[in-house]
Write a protein that binds this ligand. Structure first.
Ligand code: 48F
Length: 264
């Protein structure tokens, strides 16, 4: 005999326990696109307490849609190595160009990130950041996406993190909060958001990893947000750079966590 109240209690209690635990994390990632989920996997795999907040009902950002809704992605050699690590099947189209199913890729990134120990919360939007200790990003301000969509006047809740990764894609929303609201100066030419440049896959992919940096104390940019903030081209449905940028963001975050530990 199934009792609906037991089902309801199981879901509520389990979610609340996880949500409470997520309020203090080592790394908080904003956005469950390819770069955010890849970063989450590499961090969690190394035993770092990682939480990820995603505005949408579903994960994957721009990945499931492939190129113009043709649900395939292309990666180059570096990206192929990461696909292999996630056991995502791929096949060579021409030397140096590998195809993969965008849904399989999305599902695998999500599964492996969660299995490695990262917590992914969907349907939660980041609407602000917490700043402490001489202009350092030290946490995120959260609200239900449903609240945002319905424009309800409901105050948010807050979580603390030692490092935040802005993996919000083209919109680079966390960096926008720092620049627009706090008038913070990013480590970019001119201190602001430089804006993404028109499509140029080769240059865009090349710049992505070098642009995956700490742009503000405690705040790293990953994926398309890195190119949008640092003024590099977009690249369309080639996703190798997103994966490599996610892995790089995890490395940068680990470096910052080590510094934070030493200085305390
Ligand atoms: O856009 P998205 O997929 O970011 P990405 O990892 O990958 C970019 C590619 O998909 C593609 C591309 C490939 O060449 O250029 O665009 O850089 O995923 C970003 C995710 O962040 C979520 C959003 O719903 C999406 O799933 N997001 C954005 N702003 C917020 C957010 C926010 N304020 N709070 C929570 N989630």
């Amino acid at each position: 005999m199934l009792d609906e109240i037991t089902i309801s209690k199981a879901i509520t209690e389990s979610f609340m326990n996880d949500f409470m635990d997520a309020m203090e994390a080592d790394v908080a990632i904003v956005g469950a696109g390819p770069s955010g989920m890849t970063a989450a996997y590499y961090l969690a795999r190394d035993g770092i307490k990682t939480v990820l907040f995603e505005r949408s009902l579903r994960v994957g950002g721009g990945m499931p849609g492939g190129g113009m809704m043709f649900n395939r992605i292309v990666v180059q050699d570096e990206g192929k190595k990461i696909l292999d690590e996630f056991n995502i099947r791929s096949w060579e189209y021409e030397p140096g160009y590998y195809l993969a199913d965008s849904l399989e890729s999305t599902a695998a990134l999500c599964t492996e990130a969660i299995r490695a120990g990262a917590r992914i919360f969907n349907l939660i939007s980041v609407e602000d950041v917490m700043i402490r200790e001489n202009n350092r990003v030290t946490g995120l301000v959260l609200n239900w996406t449903a609240t945002e969509l319905a424009k309800l006047h409901v105050d948010p809740l807050t979580m603390r993190a030692k490092v935040v990764i802005d993996a919000t894609g083209h919109a680079s929303e966390v960096c926008h909060i720092v620049v627009d609201k706090l008038k913070g100066k990013l480590r970019t030419e001119g201190g602001g958001i430089m804006g993404e440049k028109p499509m140029w896959a080769d240059i865009g992919e090349g710049k992505l990893v070098e642009n995956t940096v700490e742009v503000y104390p405690g705040l790293i940019v990953a994926g398309m947000a890195a190119n949008a903030v640092l003024g590099a081209p977009r690249m369309g449905p080639i996703f190798g750079g997103m994966l490599v940028s996610g892995r790089r963001a995890a490395e940068v975050a680990i470096g910052i966590l080590q510094q934070v530990k030493v200085s305390r």
